[in-house]
Ligand binder design. Sequence first.
Ligand code: 5GP
Length: 115
Amino acid sequence: MTGPSVFTRILEGSIPGDIVAETERVFAISDINPQAPVHVLVIPKTEQYRDVAELAAGDPELLAEMVALARRVADERADGEFRLIFNTGAGAGQTVFHVHAHVLAGDLEEKSLVG
Ligand code: 5GP
């Protein structure tokens, strides 16, 4: 896709979106297709990084800021406990190539994805 990502367009206000939290470099929106009682996407304002591996290599501090905002969202919207998912690559289910973390919280059906 050319042009700004869907998340950048929400941040800029050119398409609708529910921004639930924000810092200088990171913002959070409600997922349009929620998979849990709380399903929020935490996203850097820059779309320079396509996925979490690129972000970790290029700006680990920004990745830490994303985790901190995920924690804040889980504190404010659930009991502070959360699952953090980064789909990385189309084969792993990634559809938007502007790095984002899925924050799932609330009454999660499966207690664990592994083990
Ligand atoms: P991915 O599959 O790339 O890990 O996650 C992309 C997520 O973005 C999906 O969970 C999808 O529901 C969400 N999404 C896609 N388009 C929009 C939109 O226009 N608004 C919002 N709020 N979420 C979106």
